[in-house]
Design a protein around this ligand. Structure first.
Ligand SMILES: Cc1cc2nc3c(=O)[nH]c(=O)nc-3n(C[C@H](O)[C@H](O)[C@H](O)COP(=O)(O)OP(=O)(O)OC[C@H]3O[C@@H](n4cnc5c(N)ncnc54)[C@H](O)[C@@H]3O)c2cc1C
Length: 317
């Protein structure tokens, strides 16, 4: 019987770093199983084994990943029953959180979102009020559902290489009834930069970039970082909406968040305040962004960022 069940939704050819983090947390809770959707390649199965998964549950319905959240929650509920798991771990993405909520209703389970740490007994540390506070929470229900923010643990393999057993789980027919399906997908052009929600370093720009993300992109590439933005910048059409960080955008929790030309509104803070180190560059010394910054630079981003990029390139040789 598994203690922890990790939901991994159609990872493609390789597992995402956030999935490896969930597996690392799951192992600290006890025996680990995975509820998987999509094609399970040999490489992915081997990685799941290397990270300590003993069993991989797969849905009876092909292409479950082509459905939206409802059928996935139904499948996950069936996988919890099959595995006997007491803790379910999901990504803290909007989809992950919605599945977590639906699963909580199905299982009458306590759901804790925005988790930034999990103790061995399932106690969760959760960031609340737009990331202003970290609280401790523990569900009192037999099953606990946790959606966990990325970049809060270092992924570590288990040091085992046993291949996990695979078990097919029947997806309840009612879970698929009247469910919308994804009819087509268009691949996003590859930027060569890390995924925003998973990146260890994020360089984000706001209205202050005045339409020119060039200096931010150069710094991001020197650091191997992702590029994010405030809503003012995405609404202006200077960068895609998928780059928006904040309450109505992506939640990030990188080791380093560099904020340039962003004033630090509460809705922006909601998406980045759990970053480990925040560096703010703003030409207004009174800008509220400096209240949450670990390091602040009062200056023009068009002067500061190129200097930083040049210095980093010099040091990297
Ligand atoms: C329901 C709702 C949801 C929202 N969701 C989000 C969200 O998810 N994410 C989000 O970001 N916002 C969100 N917003 C909008 C939010 O309230 C702010 O309006 C927005 O974050 C402001 O973006 P900004 O900091 O880039 O712009 P501004 O507040 O205009 O700040 C621009 C900053 O750039 C500085 N600056 C200008 N030129 C330079 C320069 N050359 N060098 C250095 N600094 C410079 C200025 O001093 C200023 O501080 C939401 C709002 C609402 C009502």
């Amino acid at each position: 019987m598994a203690n922890a069940l990790v939901f991994i939704d159609n990872p493609g050819a390789a597992l995402k770093k956030s999935s490896l983090e969930l597996l690392t947390i799951a192992r600290s809770l006890g025996e680990t199983a995975v509820a998987f959707t999509g094609e399970l390649t040999d490489d992915v199965a081997a990685t799941l084994g290397a990270y300590g998964a003993t069993t991989v549950y797969r849905p009876s319905v092909e292409e479950l990943d082509n459905y939206l959240v409802g059928p996935k929650a139904a499948y996950l509920a069936a996988a919890v029953a099959a595995s006997g798991a007491t803790v379910v771990l999901l990504d803290n993405s909007p989809e992950g959180k919605e599945i977590a909520g639906r699963l909580g209703i199905k299982l009458n389970a306590g759901v804790i979102t925005d988790v930034v740490g999990v103790e061995a007994d399932g106690t969760a540390h959760k960031s609340v009020l737009a990331g202003s506070y970290n609280t401790t929470a523990k569900a009192t229900t037999p099953v606990t559902v946790l959606s966990v923010k990325a970049n809060n643990v270092e992924p570590a393999p288990a040091g085992a290489d046993a291949a996990p057993a695979t078990v097919t789980v029947e997806v309840p027919a009612e879970g698929l009834a009247n469910s919308a399906r994804i009819a087509a997908r268009t691949e996003k052009p590859v930027s060569g930069r890390p995924d925003l929600s998973e990146a260890r370093i994020v360089v984000a720009g706001g209205r202050g970039v005045d339409g020119d993300f060039g200096p931010l992109e150069e710094l991001a590439d020197a650091l191997g970082a992702a590029v994010g933005a405030s809503r003012a910048a995405t609404d202006a059409g200077w960068i895609g909406h998928d780059a928006q960080v904040g309450q109505t955008g992506v939640t990030v929790s990188p080791q380093l968040y560099i904020s340039a030309g962003i004033s630090g509104a509460i809705q922006q803070k909601a998406g980045m305040q759990t970053s480990k180190v925040i560096v703010a560059i703003n030409k207004d010394a009174e800008s509220p962004v400096f209240e949450i910054a670990d390091y602040g630079i009062v200056g023009d981003l068009f002067k500061v960022l190129p200097q930083a990029t040049e210095e980093i390139k010099k040091r990297k040789g």
